[in-house]
Design a protein around this ligand. Structure first.
Ligand SMILES: [Zn+2]
Length: 68
């Protein structure tokens, strides 16, 4: 996996093929962590780090939330 760095909500919107950052977020985040992006928020403000990775073989994005 290639480490892409810390992502905020705007990064998901930028990277999403259809511009739907929350959908991309849901597709790359473990189910028990998806509550950090509530459905009614376009750009949630996070106070911890979301680390994003990309598979170098299939280009799939994956990530996890590092709460402090
Ligand atoms: Zn892959």
């Amino acid at each position: 996996m290639i480490y892409l760095g810390e992502w905020i909500a705007a990064d998901f919107h930028e990277q999403a093929p259809d511009g739907d950052g929350r959908q991309l977020f849901l597709s790359m985040t473990d189910f028990d962590l998806i509550h950090i992006w509530p459905e009614d928020q376009v750009t949630p403000d996070w106070d911890a780090a979301y680390h994003a990775f990309q598979c170098r073989h299939c280009d799939r994005f994956l990530g996890y939330w590092d709460s402090t």
